[in-house]
Design a protein around this ligand. Sequence first.
Ligand code: ZN
Length: 172
Amino acid sequence: MVEVLPLQLYPNPILRQISSVVSKEELQKPEFSQLLLDMEKTMLENSGIGLAAPQVGRSIRVAIIKTEDGMLPLINPKILKRSWKKEVDEEGCLSIPKVYGDVRRSFKVKVSTITPRGEEVKFEATGLFARVIQHEIDHLNGVLFIDKAKKITGGKDILDEMKKNGETKTGV
Ligand code: ZN
């Protein structure tokens, strides 16, 4: 059964951990494909366009991105190249609900990842697709968009309140 997983909300310390690399053995386990399905359902249920494993309490280098062709899983992803050209756009995060901010990101990135079958693939992404990839890979390194935001454009009071509340919280 595919489940909606509880979202880990800021300032939960799991969001600040460096996630660990997924091994080939781990990839082959049925639990792993289950996790991807659960993450997809969790992302869709929360109207997200990307979700990283730490956001559902798993500190592993896995994220999923919503694309026109369905869900794209990123496993042990790496950014190989970033364009000099940057763009500023507003971002939000399922782990920091109701908070928005302007973040400057590379317009284009070249990414390597492994597929759920364990094959390495490389591809290029631009615009919003590139932005979501950079946002999700940041999650795997314990970095949140509020760290990079030039300006908090919405929910500043909510963010200040969350910052005050340093204890671990789990949201549903
Ligand atoms: Zn996020």
